[in-house]
Each structure stands twice: as C-alpha cells, then as structure tokens.
Ligand binder design. Structure first.
Ligand code: FAD
Length: 317
C-alpha cells in the first residue's frame, strides 16, 4: 500500500522508522533483530537507506596506494523484499541519483515494481567523499527532481526507449526529502523550499524531513511550505542523541543545530549511558508535542540500533 494511503486511512499518528543495510559480509539477521522489538508499535512501513559506492585507498607492499571503488552497505532492494516477506508490511527503498545512469534507474524501478514495492524515497544523494560537489553519472539524474520526473514518467508508462512495445505503467508513491534547517548547499531556506515545491509539483506525494532537535524549526518549515503552496504530508524525522561525540558529529554530518538546553544536559552526563537517557527523554518530549500538533506520522532514524527507538515508542505510542 502507498505511504499516502496509510496516512489517509490512519486515525492516529503513525509510527515508522528507517534502517540501514548491514555492512557487507554481515547477516540480514542483525536487521531482523533490530526490527523485531519495534513491531509491537505496528509500523505500516519501514524505510531502507541506499548507500552509494565509495572510493577507498589501500597501501600496497610497494608503498603505492591502490584505489578501489566499493559499496560497504549493499542490499537495499533485497532487504525491502525480505521485510515485506517476513513482516507483511510495506518497505520503502531509498533510491539515489548518484551512481546511477537513467538506464540503471529504470532497471531498478522495474525490479521494485516486479517485487510489489509501492513506495520510493527519491533522493539525489551526497557527493562522493573524494569530490567537493555532487557529480551525476553521465546520462544520470542531476537532482532529486529529475529522479521524481523519471519515476512519474514510468508511472505513465513512458520508458526511456519510446519504441518499446507494451509499455506497462508502474504505480509508485514518491517521497522526497525536506530540510527544516535548509539543505546545506541551498543559498537560503526560501530557495530550498522552492526546489522542494518543484519536486512536489513534478509528482512527489509526500515529504520526509531531515532530523531536527527543535520542533519550532519543523513547525516554521511546515508553515513556510504551506505558504509556498506545498500541500502534501510532511513527515517529521527524529533521531535520539545517543553519545557525547554526536554533539559535534550530527551538526557536521546533517547540518542541524542542537538546542542549548540539550547540549547542556548532554555535557553534564557522566557517561554515554546517561547521554542515551537524555536523548530518549528529549525525543519523547519532541514526539509528544509533534503528535499533539497533528503530524501524520513520526519517522525515527534508527541508525541500525532499535533499543532507544523502542524506549521512545513505548512512551509515545
Ligand atoms: P535535491 O532535492 O536534489 O537537492 C539538493 C540541493 O540542490 C539542495 O540544496 C536544493 O536546494 C538544490 N536544488 C534542487 N533542485 C535544484 C535545481 N533544479 N537547481 C538548483 N538547485 C537545486 N542519502 C543517501 O546517500 N542515502 C539515503 O538513503 C538517504 N536517505 C535520506 C533520507 C532523508 C529523509 C533525508 C532528509 C536525506 C537522506 N539522504 C540520503 C541524504 C541526501 O541524499 C542528501 O541530503 C543530499 O545532499 C540531497 O538530497 P536531496 O534528495 O534532498 O537533493
């Protein structure tokens, strides 16, 4: 079922979360062990992230560096199929522009359609670690907007090869990313929201936000989106803080602010176990306020660990 159908059928705020594929070489069992404890909160869908290739350098015995391109976390599509098979709920694969030609994208979309996957979160992806700016593949999609357009075309039965016979239309529900504190490359929040509106106008059905720790940032963002004519559901994304290092890591990685009260509470913690508790309490308060404001769904970034998400969900759902 489509994410938008889950939302319109729901009488209360929905619970959903995002997982990462395991590192290459690890078993899918680790994924199930993290999903199992969260099933009692009845997630109608689970997102599975996509991780593009990385360039790594290995020192050879002769002193030279060998350059290798590897994917550390493959398996997104397989995990989606496994989730649907095991839990009988929807899985939402993330799909990137980065690393894909349009032909590759079309072929993945065909796989997803054949697997009965109804939803896709369409993203540009970040630049490779050895690049300053995002560089699309030759004949690839440049922005998430282009990827949305490609999916919409397939939903209308328009394949890249216009001469194909029997062009079967797909029926994907399309999610896109939104940034309450603006995407780091955007010159201003307003221009970023204009780009977001372009994705919605092109056919995106719903938005999932980047994580945030200050609900006012989300409320202001939703208001600005509405004023710009964006009328699709905007699902807030939440992540509980789980360690002291994250005070600098999360702003660096996700370009978000951490409120002073939360920073002070974390600094006073004697160890990371105490930080985890602070993170859970903060996220519970955020969740309760967001539910009271009528959000359609709360989407938690589990980062592969479900223990703290479970503690939060137990107090909120
Ligand atoms: P876009 O919407 O293409 O925007 C990128 C930038 O370009 C923005 O600054 C925007 O304002 C600007 N822009 C957009 N269109 C235009 C245009 N036509 N002209 C000029 N400027 C434009 N990354 C992963 O690698 N894997 C994942 O699984 C993953 N999941 C995510 C899930 C969520 C909910 C979120 C919020 C992010 C996720 N990301 C993931 C990170 C994401 O790939 C990065 O934030 C990436 O840098 C931007 O992706 P986007 O889809 O928002 O890009």
């Amino acid at each position: 079922m489509k994410v938008t159908e889950h939302i319109s059928n729901a009488k209360e705020t929905l619970f959903s979360f995002e997982i990462l594929p395991p590192l290459k070489g690890q078993t899918i069992q680790t994924i199930f062990e993290n999903i199992d404890p969260l099933m009692e909160f009845k997630p109608p869908f689970i997102d599975v992230t996509y991780h593009r290739e990385e360039v790594v350098y290995k020192r050879m015995p002769n002193g030279y560096l060998e350059e290798k391109t590897i994917r550390k976390r493959p398996g997104t599509v397989g995990i989606c199929a496994a989730i649907m098979n095991r839990y009988k709920i929807d899985a939402v694969p993330h799909l990137l522009c980065g690393g894909f030609t349009k032909e590759d994208t079309e072929n993945v979309l065909i796989d997803l359609d054949f697997l009965g996957i109804d939803n896709i979160l369409a993203l540009r992806g970040d630049s490779m670690k050895n690049e300053t700016y995002f560089v699309p593949e030759v004949n690839g999609n440049n922005y998430a907007l282009d990827l949305v357009e490609q999916i919409v075309n397939l939903n209308q039965g328009k394949y890249l090869d216009e001469e194909l016979q029997n062009q079967t239309a797909t029926n994907f529900c399309i999610g896109v990313a939104g940034y309450p504190e603006k995407h780091f490359e955007a010159p201003s929040l307003n221009t970023d929201i204009q780009q977001l509106k372009a994705k919605v106008d092109a056919g995106a059905d719903y938005i999932v936000t980047q994580l945030f720790f200050d609900n006012n940032k989300y409320f202001e963002f939703v208001e600005k989106c509405k004023q710009s004519g964006i009328n699709v559901p905007i699902i807030p994304g939440l992540k509980p803080l789980a360690g002291k290092k994250q005070l600098s890591l999360l702003p660096h990685r996700f370009h978000v602010d951490i409120p002073d009260d939360l920073v002070a509470a974390v600094i006073h913690c004697k160890d990371n176990e105490a930080v985890k508790q602070v993170g859970i309490e903060w996220c519970v308060q955020q969740s309760k306020e967001l539910i009271a404001s009528g959000v359609p769904c709360l989407h938690y970034y589990s980062m592969g660990k479900s223990e703290n998400i479970r503690a939060i969900a137990a107090q909120v759902f």
